[in-house]
Design a protein around this ligand. Structure first.
Ligand SMILES: Cc1cc2nc3c(=O)[nH]c(=O)nc-3n(C[C@H](O)[C@H](O)[C@H](O)COP(=O)(O)OP(=O)(O)OC[C@H]3O[C@@H](n4cnc5c(N)ncnc54)[C@H](O)[C@@H]3O)c2cc1C
Length: 486
């Protein structure tokens, strides 16, 4: 096995990425000893169970997992997947995310949405709300509170301006939310940030606002109800449910009229996580494929030594390095820009937005390709659950869809490229790492595209966006050490 594929920390170190001191060794030892088996058992078990009522018929909506689940979940909280983002640095927290995703991509969802919740509370909650809730989200022990980010309703997640019907009403006792959320990951979390429409607000995205909603009301009773859990193809280490809000207590976050910016900021951090997770999944798929190819002999030669296989592995290693470079750039820039208040963002922030969309789109695509290829390398055994690689493809497909499917990344990415000259900011950012003639060719292609009628622009977006993502990844890859099969 190639050394840099041997563990997630080995790969991060090969990429010169710092991992907080003392974290990697015990973290990886836990996963080898116990975590991998727990994760596989949860995946095979399918959906967890929600116990809606206690013995006396009182509503409790308790999520039931085996105790080993909570150990697995808390390992990353303790290591700093959330607290390090606010108290140390974004790259330190995302490095923990990378380690987590290598072993279980779905498990990183609770940490990701908790990070989005903590960032929104830190930036936009009123001081007394922040002081009451933020410390619980940043605890470094198993008493840590979890967050969640609930925007999507049954009529769809792409067009939030049209589909969010949850109503926010201001009462003498504070804000109250009423409505149903259809996709609620990390359901059961102690806190959730929720998109809603204040009574009397204008239609469309401008009328949206972001609220913080605790699991329990001030009197200790349930503040939201879990209607049911989703039976998903993957990411089974995070419970995703439907939630009913019924005059639920809530706290307004940020400025009136700025809700859509706050929602997008939360989504942007999740998309950064998604890209980091997609790369970790690529590494795992590649490692599993190489491990199988090393042990398999075909026509008297080990599979890994067959020229076609060597060529494919060399290509996958290059993809992994480029995908990492594309995913890690927004991680680095997030550290500089995440505290900027909406809506007067700097040019650096606009460049970050462009990179977030390019990275979410292209790393998820590469993760699907890598997972499919790893199954193929395992041949027929790749289709058998006990070989483990079919799971990578199921997980990769969710990475591709949640946090906005490819169409949304392309369309929203183009908006970020065109508005406020985002494409110029991106190309300037790439200038130290890319060939000048290629940069100029991309600039011309984009400007010609912006001049097309809207329908034509939309129809032709994908080729241009895909080419730009690959160009950006290749340019940024030159910042990182070379990797080879030798
Ligand atoms: C496992 C899982 C967990 C999730 N957890 C959460 C969560 O915790 N919180 C939350 O808020 N959401 C969550 N989601 C929802 C997720 O964010 C949405 O599924 C996603 O944003 C897409 O919305 P949709 O499924 O309603 O698709 P729709 O909005 O109905 O879109 C359908 C398809 O049309 C495409 N499309 C949209 N616009 C265009 C266009 N102009 N041109 C061409 N195609 C277009 C979309 O990309 C998509 O492929 C979760 C989803 C999954 C699968």
């Amino acid at each position: 096995m190639l050394e840099f594929l041997s563990s997630p920390s080995a790969f991060l170190r090969a990429m010169d990425v710092g991992i907080p001191d003392g974290v990697a060794e015990p973290f990886e030892a836990y996963w080898q000893r116990e975590g991998l088996a727990t994760s596989a058992a949860l995946d095979r078990a399918g959906t967890p169970w929600v116990r809606q009522f206690d013995r006396f018929g009182g509503r409790i909506d308790e999520l039931l997992f085996p105790p080993a689940y909570w150990t697995m979940l808390h390992t990353s909280y303790r290591a700093g997947a959330v607290w390090r983002a606010l108290e140390e640095s974004m790259p330190a927290a995302y490095a923990i995310g990378y380690l987590t995703c290598y072993y279980d991509v779905g498990l990183y969802c609770p940490h990701t949405v908790s990070l989005g919740t903590a960032a929104a509370v830190a930036k936009y909650a009123a001081p007394e709300v922040r002081e009451r809730f933020l410390p619980a989200l940043l605890r470094r022990n198993d008493a840590v509170w979890q967050g969640a980010t609930w925007m999507t309703e049954a009529r769809g997640g792409s067009d939030l301006g049209a589909t969010v019907e949850t109503l926010a009403q201001q009462t003498p006792d504070g804000w109250r939310l009423t409505g149903d959320k259809y996709f609620c990951s990390n359901v059961g979390a102690e806190l959730a940030v929720v998109a809603a429409r204040p009574e009397g607000a204008p239609p469309g995205v401008r009328g949206l606002a972001l609220f913080l909603t605790p699991r329990l009301r001030s009197d200790g009773t349930l503040n939201y109800h879990v209607r049911r859990l989703k039976d998903k193809i993957a990411t089974r280490s995070v419970p995703t449910g439907e939630v009913e809000l019924d005059r639920s207590e809530a706290y307004f976050l940020g400025e009136p009229g700025h809700g859509i910016y706050h929602i997008l900021e939360v989504l942007n951090l999740s998309r950064v996580s998604n890209s980091v997770g997609a790369v970790a999944l690529m590494q795992r798929a590649l490692a599993d494929a190489c491990s199988f190819a090393t042990g398999r002999e075909i026509f008297g030669t080990k599979l890994i030594d067959q020229p076609l296989m060597r060529h494919q592995i060399t290509q996958k290693i290059a993809d992994l390095r480029a995908a990492f470079a594309l995913a890690w750039e927004p991680v680095r820039i997030a550290e500089e820009v995440w505290r900027e208040p909406a809506p007067r963002y700097s040019e650096r922030f606009q460049c970050f937005r462009v990179l977030v969309h390019l990275a979410k789109y292209w790393t998820a695509e590469l993760a699907v390709q890598a997972a499919k290829w790893a199954m193929e390398v395992n041949g027929g055994m790749g289709t058998l659950a006990e070989f483990g690689v079919e799971r990578h493809l199921r997980e990769a497909m969710i990475l591709n869809i949640w946090e906005g499917p490819p169409h949304r990344q392309i369309i929203d990415g183009f908006e970020a490229l065109e508005r406020k000259g985002g494409y110029r900011l991106l190309l300037d950012h790439l200038t130290p790492y890319a060939d000048a003639a290629l940069l100029e060719a991309h600039r011309r292609r984009l400007e010609a595209h912006f001049a097309l009628p809207a329908d034509q622009q939309a129809a032709q977006m994908e080729d241009i966006f895909s080419a730009l993502a690959q160009f950006t990844a290749a340019a940024l890859a030159s910042k990182y050490p070379a990797l080879s099969m030798a």
